[in-house]
Design a protein. Structure first.
Length: 244
């Protein structure tokens, strides 16, 4: 399986080189999508010859950066893509595990879960973020007949044939909610894989008013409602036979 590892990056000068050095220990094909960084990240990335680099001239959002990466992976013929964040919260040595699970289970999506297992050294999540994750995960499960335990983990592996039949338009951190609705509609097989619970920067900004937890929860619910109401085709992906 030919796989591409995608890292969406925005103002990660503190972490980006160490994370990329570690990622390159485990995978050959790495794409970094610099989402308009202004803190020196772009200059650090430009010096590297061991990655493919795409850059947004302006910050568009986490979801937009991933969509750029997905498009590249599909257009360049990769069988699978892995997404991993660049803030040090995901362990690159687990990338091969995700690809092994993707193949062994015939899944369309293998999604990391920080709540499937307890690992030594786990750090407690910020209380409000954990509460929102729990609420949204429960509501997605109820409405989509899923069995997720972590709706927001960014560590994932996807079969490229499944990505071709998703129309992800949410540009920010709520993109995974649209993803879950569309994946459920397409009948894609979803498998979760345990990852450690690591929080290094608890004060992450979600952007303006979304830093307020109540506002963020209302927004996430609105994204789910909009995705459910969408007239996007519900046709199943052509690779469904191998996805199950």
């Amino acid at each position: 399986m030919r796989a591409l590892t995608i890292l969406p990056v925005y103002n990660e000068a503190q972490h980006v080189e160490a994370v990329l050095d570690e990622v390159r220990r485990y995978v050959d094909d790495v794409l970094v999508v610099d989402d308009g960084s202004t803190d020196g990240t772009a200059e650090l990335l430009a010096k590297r010859a061991d990655i493919v680099l795409l850059r947004h001239d302006q910050n568009r959002g986490y979801g937009a950066a991933l969509s750029t990466g997905f498009k590249y992976g599909v257009e360049h013929g990769f069988d699978a893509v892995v997404t991993i964040d660049c803030d040090g919260q995901h362990e690159p040595q687990r990338i091969p595990e995700f690809l092994d699970v993707l193949q062994a289970t015939n899944a369309a999506i293998v999604s990391g879960s920080r709540y499937l297992e307890v690992f030594a050294g786990d750090t407690p999540p910020p209380e409000q973020r954990r509460a929102i994750n729990r609420i949204i995960t429960s509501e997605l499960n109820e409405r989509l007949d899923l069995s997720l335990t972590d709706a927001f983990c960014g560590f994932k592996a996807y079969r490229s044939c499944a990505l071709e039949y998703l129309d992800l338009t949410i540009k920010g951190y709520a993109m995974p909610l649209q993803l879950w609705v569309q994946a459920a509609r397409a009948g894609l097989r979803i498998v979760e894989h345990p990852v450690p619970l690591i929080y290094l920067e608890e004060e992450r900004s979600f952007g303006g008013q979304l830093d307020d937890s109540d506002t963020r929860l209302r927004y996430y619910r609105a994204v789910i409602e909009d995705a459910l109401a969408s007239e996007m085709s519900c046709a199943r992906a052509p690779c469904e036979d191998e996805l199950g």
